[in-house]
Ligand binder design. Sequence first.
Ligand SMILES: C[S@@+](CC[C@H](N)C(=O)[O-])C[C@H]1O[C@@H](n2cnc3c(N)ncnc32)[C@H](O)[C@@H]1O
Length: 249
Amino acid sequence: MRKVTVIGIGAGDPRHMTVQGIEALNAVDAVFLLDKGEEKADLVHVREAICARFLTNPACRRVTAASPARDAGGDYRVGVDAWHAEKASLYARLIRDELGEDEAGAFLVWGDPALYDSTLRILDAIRESGAVAFETVVIPGISAAQALAAAHRIPLNRIGEPVHFTTGRKLRETMRLAADSVVFLDSGEALATIPADGLHIWWGAYLGTGDEVLVSGPLAEVREEILRLRREKRAAKGWIMDIYLLRAG
Ligand SMILES: C[S@@+](CC[C@H](N)C(=O)[O-])C[C@H]1O[C@@H](n2cnc3c(N)ncnc32)[C@H](O)[C@@H]1O
């Protein structure tokens, strides 16, 4: 049977690759590299750097494909569902057409596949649709949440307390914040509008890369600086990836 290995590649520094990830990469017959367009070229470059550095198996084929883009207009869930359907048909085609009956292929997933990434859900949907049969293996990676904590030299949780993972969209919609929240995927709007009273923030952008930038402090004092940095960096690079921990009290 075909095998699909989903490898968490870490959040930007090629050295986030684990030994397990490197071994898994070298064990597959083909690695699928998804091109996300010019703006996200840097993200593809990290994947290429990882292959250049760690892929030593000369028999492994590199298969590049254009990744579908999400239509950001209209209803969010409808847009995401349509985007995932497009991805599912691409992934199914790659697995069916680019792998032989008993071959293995790898998808390189940013950070850890378990956090805010749909690759595993999409693979489940393909398997359930019967489009192609395969088994899945998952190799964990270093998530942006861990990279953030390490860069600021902080634990994410307080002693014996929970940590809440959420998104900027969710935070903006509900304005409900758990005592300690790690916020992924904020376009800046949640950060700009959340009431700052009593909140401390640890913020990081482009973690693990040469462009890494960190700010921490009481939200009321550092919010404007973070929003300015977001605008400037985004304008300069064409894209931004940032994440933050908010702690109340
Ligand atoms: C689609 S999610 C993928 C998360 C990934 N699976 C992980 O485990 O980190 C993308 C979001 O992760 C965060 N992120 C990923 N890499 C980052 C980095 N190097 N620096 C800052 N934030 C990052 C940002 O919030 C970004 O919007």
